[in-house]
Design a protein around this ligand. Sequence first.
Ligand code: NAP
Length: 321
Amino acid sequence: MQAIVMTETGAPEVLVPRAVDAPRPGDGQVLVRAEAIPVLYPETKVRAGEFPVPVALPAVFGFQAAGTVTELGAGVDPALLGTRVVAATSGVGAYAELVVAEADSVTVIPDGLRTDLAAATQMPGSVALALVATAALAPGETVLVEAAATGVGSALTQLCAARGVRVIATAGGAEKARLAREHGAAEVVDHTAPAWADQLRDLLAGGTVDVVFDSIGGDSVTPLLDLITPRTGRVLSYGWLAGVPTQLTAVDLILRGLTLTGCAGPAWLGEVARRRADALDAAARGQLTVGIDSVLPLTGAADAHRKLEERSALGTVLLRP
Ligand SMILES: NC(=O)c1ccc[n+]([C@@H]2O[C@H](COP(=O)([O-])OP(=O)(O)OC[C@H]3O[C@@H](n4cnc5c(N)ncnc54)[C@H](OP(=O)(O)O)[C@@H]3O)[C@@H](O)[C@H]2O)c1
């Protein structure tokens, strides 16, 4: 079968199309014929060697694939055979025609939801649902969603807007600002502009932000500290697009009575995994729409990674074997 093998850590060129032996499901596993493989932002970090590589290299790359279950290992519920699922791997094997995954890592795609939309929605939708639950939003609150045009930010914007809170989004450039508004942001500031915190201060006109969903990390929240509601304001740190997590210090928080919640690591990812089915259900009911930027052939995996790194994707990039 055709697959994308990661030969070593490095630039997108380390993702190489190769013919490899088809995998077989072991006990408790399923085999999925992949139809839509989402290219995930964190995967670019694994490929680059900035996040831990879960297996020895070379190995078939990839974390998630959506398609149809074609074979079952011993001990798996026979009802899964022939169903459409989104499968999560342990970080290996998803960029391929045939993907093996633990049966308890697959989420059945609800009737009425297209396989490609399920592939695009599962990761951002489940992360956003976990973040919104953690934020414990109250009526009348104002939230700031960083990088709201695509991915987790777009799902967060939709979920928060549906709860009736005021969403102020950040996005880079006019096209992404338009997308953030389409997702439900009431106002958008351009996080590529210098001193964008001043734009936010003007928008707030003396008010404050109750929750910051921080995907950029680095120094992005530091200039906002005095725009966050003292005593009850919450910062949820779930990404570090800037290269490092938020650099807020204990003193920054203590002096203002703010809470910083870390939304990463194994326990957090367990919380996210428990919301996968809810994310697909929300998409099937039309309550969550994660856009598809493009569908590339499987052999275009390196191009897909470049697209994400150039920040040019306007939605999820999918690979189709
Ligand atoms: N903790 C978790 O459970 C979890 C799960 C999934 C993802 N994440 C993390 O969340 C973050 C967003 O992931 P995503 O899947 O939602 O990705 P995404 O939507 O594709 O986010 C990438 C976008 O972020 C914007 N951005 C802002 N500052 C950036 C910077 N310094 N470098 C690159 N892009 C920047 C860019 O849009 P503009 O053109 O608008 O600037 C870019 O297109 C990533 O850090 C990812 O690792 C965390």
